[in-house]
Design a protein around this ligand. Sequence first.
Ligand code: NAG
Ligand code: NAG
Length: 388
Amino acid sequence: MALPCSQTFFSVLVSFLCLIQCHLASSAILLSMKHHHHNHIQHQRPMLQANQSSCSLFVGTWVQDETYPLYQSSSCPIIDPEFNCQMYGRPDSGYLKYRWKPLNCELPRFNGVEFLQNMKGKNVMFVGDSLGRNQWQSLICMLSAAAPQAQTQLVRGDPLSTFRFLDYGVNISFYRAPYLVEVDVIQGKRILRLEEIDRNSDTWKSADLLSFNTGHWWSHQGSLQGWDYVELGGKYYLDMDRLGALERGMKTWANWVDTNMDRKRTKVFFQAISPTHYNPNEWNAGEKVMATKNCYGETAPISGTTYPGAYPEQMRIVDMVIREMHNPAYLLDITMLSALRKDGHPSIYSGELSPQQRANHDTADCSHWCLPGLPDTWNELFYTALFY
Ligand SMILES: *[C@@H]1O[C@H](CO)[C@@H](O)[C@H](O)[C@H]1NC(C)=O
Ligand SMILES: *[C@@H]1O[C@H](CO)[C@@H](O)[C@H](O)[C@H]1NC(C)=O
C-alpha cells in the first residue's frame, strides 16, 4: 500500500536525520575510544560465534565419537615427524575418537570442500611458533581428505612455507615468527626487540585470513631461550619478567594489526595459549605420582568441563591485550578444551626424539599435539567461527 506523498517524504526525512545523527554519534564514540585508549574500556569481542547468546563454543566436554578422526596420517601430504605419532609407534588409538561438544550446541561438521570454495583465490596464513605449524598442518590434512583429487603444491621455506590447492587457487601458509616481534642478530648476539614487529610483516599483509599465535617461547630458558638480549626503549637487558615481556610484545603486535590490517579484507584470529602436560600432579589430585612421569601413557581426556590444574598465566596477558585492541582479533579460545586433552601429545612417539630419548620417558613431548588429533578440533572451531 502506497503512503501519501507527504508522509513518505516525512519518514524519509526522519530516517535521513536519524542516519546523520547515528553516524555522528558512532563517530563520536570511535573518537572517544581512540582518545581514551588507556581508559580500560572493555571492548567487545567480535560477534562471530554461532548462537552467541546460547552457545559458548569453547565451554564444553569431550565425547567419544567413532566417526573420528577426520583423516588418516598416512593419507595426509604434510605431517612433520614430531606430530606424526602413528608413524612413530603410538600404540593406542582411543585418543583419535573424541569430538568437542560445546555445552549448549553442536559444532557443525567440518566441510573441507565448502572451506576451499569459500576461500577461492585467497591466502590463509598461520603466523607464529610450532603450535601454529601444528594447526597449519592439521588444516591441510583436513582439506586434503575432503578434496583428495585436488592438484596441490608445497613450497617449504623459512620463514614462509605455502601449501597450494591449485584447482581452488587457495594458499594455506605458515610463517615462522615465534615471538611475532623481531629477533635481530648483531655481532652474533640475538636481540629480541619488543617494540618492533617482524621485519617480514609485509608478507602478512598479503593474507586474507590470518591466525597468529605466540606464547611458549617467551618462557623458554637456558638452551631453549631464543635470544641473548631483550631490547626495550633503546636499553638492552639480559633478562626481564617474562610475562611483562610477553605483554610488551603482544601490544606491539596488537598495534601493528590495528594500524596495518584492512579488516574489511582480512580476518584476524589469535590462537590462545596451548597448554602443556608435564606435571601429572595437576590432574591426579591427591594420588602420589612417580616423579618421572609426565604425559607419557595418558590415553584418555579429563572428563568434565574444567582442568583441575593451573590455567596458563599467559592467557591473562593475551586476553587483556586483545580486549584493548581498537578492532579486536577473534580469540580462538582453545586453552581450556586443550587442557583437558592430556592424552593428545606425542609424548615419546615423536620423530624428533632419538631412539635413546624415546626409551627414556623423561624426554617426552607434552607440548605439541599428535596429528590427527587435537588441532583438528581447533580447525573445526576456526571453521565454525568463520562461516557460522
Ligand atoms: C541456534 O539457536 C537456534 C534457536 O535457538 C536453534 O534452533 C539452533 O539449533 C541453534 N544452532 C546451534 C548450532 O546450536
Ligand atoms: C599463492 O602462492 C603463490 C606462490 O607463492 C602466488 O604466486 C599466488 O599469488 C598465491 N595466491 C594467492 C591467492 O595469494
